[in-house]
Design a protein around this ligand. Structure first.
Ligand code: UDP
Length: 236
């Protein structure tokens, strides 16, 4: 534990990250690789909370002609499917987990109860937070920021398809520049694609650092926790 920089972490996995090459649904090779990386952290005594997105199944903005709140509830339900998928991958390798949902579905998972979540973490269980914040018009990035503040996480590990924060889209521009460090105001002022502005502001107000890194390279989650220089760190 001595070289560990963060003791309690909030891992944010976008839905896209779980989809693997297919771009849709859950790729269980990917969730199983992520589960093994999470297990390494748990074995090191690190407390792990995880927020999963839903974009691999449904995003509110997919429902162009739909009532926005209905479309968002569909998105929140999509995150529950992902949460159960990740839970299964973790449990299959012997990691104790609990899924807590912001929308009650007690036959499927526990409701979100902060004190209970903290207790699970202290006991070394991975807590997966599903159904976003339970409110439409929010994102799972905001959920990660909110739950991180609530459970007093030391950091948000924002696992992405890209390996950090760039000044422009690295897939489109070969001269895109990667930032090593940023502060919250720079992210907001430059409109950088880190998290949405609500999530970034919440992290800023609560001084929660965010490490943005690529999930494709194996071992990155552990490197982020050890404080090794990967991706981009957003802090005060
Ligand atoms: N969502 C919501 N409220 C929340 C969190 C999520 O309404 O608190 C809905 C929203 O429609 C969003 C979808 O759930 O598009 C999936 O979440 P998100 O887009 O953040 O997933 P990701 O991009 O991380 O896969």
């Amino acid at each position: 534990m001595s070289n560990v920089k963060y003791k309690r972490v909030m891992l944010k996995l976008s839905g896209e990250a779980l989809a693997g090459k297919n771009g849709y649904g859950i790729d269980f090779e990917v969730t199983s690789r992520i589960a093994n990386e999470i297990k390494e952290l748990v074995d090191m005594g690190i407390q792990v909370g995880a927020v999963v997105g839903g974009g691999n199944i449904w995003r509110g903005r997919n429902g162009e002609n739909m009532d926005r709140t209905t479309a968002d509830y569909m998105g929140m339900l999509a995150t529950c499917i992902n949460a159960l998928g990740l839970q299964d991958s973790l449990e299959s390798i012997g990691v104790d987990t609990r899924v807590q949902t912001a929308i009650e579905m007690k036959e499927v998972a526990e409701p979100f109860i902060r004190r209970r979540a903290m207790r699970h973490l202290e006991k070394g269980r991975v807590v997966i937070f599903a159904a976003g914040t339970g409110n439409p018009y929010f994102s799972t990035d905001t959920t990660a920021a909110l739950r991180a503040a609530e459970i007093e996480a030391d950091v948000i590990l924002l696992a992405k398809k890209v390996d950090g924060v760039y000044d422009k889209d690295p897939h489109k521009y070969s001269n895109a520049k990667k930032y090593d460090k940023l502060n919250y105001i720079e992210v907001l002022e430059k409109g950088l694609q880190v998290m949405d502005s609500t999530a970034t502001s919440l992290c800023m107000d609560n001084s929660i650092p965010i490490v943005v890194f690529g999930l494709d390279a194996p071992g990155n989650i552990k490197k982020a926790v050890l404080g090794e220089k990967i991706g981009t760190i957003v802090s005060k």
